[in-house]
Design a binder for this molecule. Sequence first.
Ligand code: HEM
Length: 414
Amino acid sequence: MTVTGQADHSGAESDFNPMVNPHQEDPHPFYRRARTRSVMFSPSVDAYLVCRYTDVHAVLDDPETFSARLAFPFIYDNPPEVVAELRAGGVPEQRRLVDEDSPRHRQIRALIDVGFSAQRIRSLMPVVWRRAEELVDRFTGGTADLVAEYAGPYVQGIINAVIGFPVEAAERVETSTLDSFTLSNPAAPVEAKIDAARRLGEFTRYLQALVDARRAAPRDDLISVLVHGADGIPGLAQDGAVHGIIRGTRIAGFPTTRDAITATTLLALQNPAVHEGILREPTQTIIKATEEALRRNPPNRGVFRVTTREVELGGTRLPQGARVLVLFDSANRDDTVFPDADAVVLGRPNVHDHVSFGRGLHACPGAPVARAEIQVALRTLFGRLPGLRLADGFEPTYRAIHLVRGLESLRVQW
Ligand code: HEM
């Protein structure tokens, strides 16, 4: 392709901040304009925005040029007083899997893939069904907030079971996830980061005790797979490697799946044809609604990469060391790939071409688990509550934790 010029730096027109409106509530008018232009630089995220479907593929298909390793703030990239607290607590200096490049990424990923094999997912399914039923059993009074009372606790319970956290550790585990977010958020106050670092030290000691227990007596969980698998891989044998991967998997698997469940439920409740289809033919309709909701509202809106050399992208030359932000929620609405992209169309022939689970080297290993969780959640909900509808006066609003976007609440009645 011919290199046509430098990136567009035209100020406010190209600036994008996923945490601020209109880009939080409805980024699509901005994306539509952005897709008519080449890659643009956005000062708010300090990155070039990659909005067109073909450009998103080009980045994700070339991990040597577009590296994940330096793309996301690392918890040790913090002010000295925060780093001192992390060191004092013995928090391992291990990045998450998603921040690694090959060959190290390939070694760890092979272990993770064992942890998410089809056989392990099958053995998990009774836990998933039971968890959904228990939560519906607890509803009282003909009304509920499906974020706080259903999707949240449901996904938390499942991901903790997959990883191997005991039920009674749920609160401690959730706090450690929030602390990791705080430590990776460049905008969080230093005092909050110091507190988070201290608590992460306590959590590290707790996790190490679990690692030791699984080393002595393996169970059917991800901690056991990692502890025993890592022992066979040079450079990964230290327990610190396992800590980073476990923390990263918990972060990757929780808010995303919760938000996908509520997005799919909202899509069904706002579209009578979908709702009626679910009541008539739940299995097939829910599978289709899940993919269409993932395409239209990806819970993980995008990912950062950093260029390892000068490169041309979509007709624009980017220097070495440039940050790019790949926007899945824009690519999934690209009309050149998905005709009438804003519309809800059940059974689009190419719906699986959406990029909501990423693509290539880092493509989400949790996608089969996530799809199973979403589908069981909806099967249970609509099966048990056939009169389900949005609560009177409910208006959807979105919460954004950086690039993870989902419904703040989903109030329903029946
Ligand atoms: C609807 C739910 C989910 C969505 C939308 C989602 C999305 C993604 C995306 C876009 C990536 C690629 C990131 C990149 O390229 O930098 C990814 C990676 C990852 N996801 Fe998910 N995810 C979901 C659920 C899960 C679940 C349930 C788990 C685990 C139980 C999980 C674990 C991971 C891990 C470990 C990675 C890193 C993979 C690697 O770097 O090789 N995800 N996810």
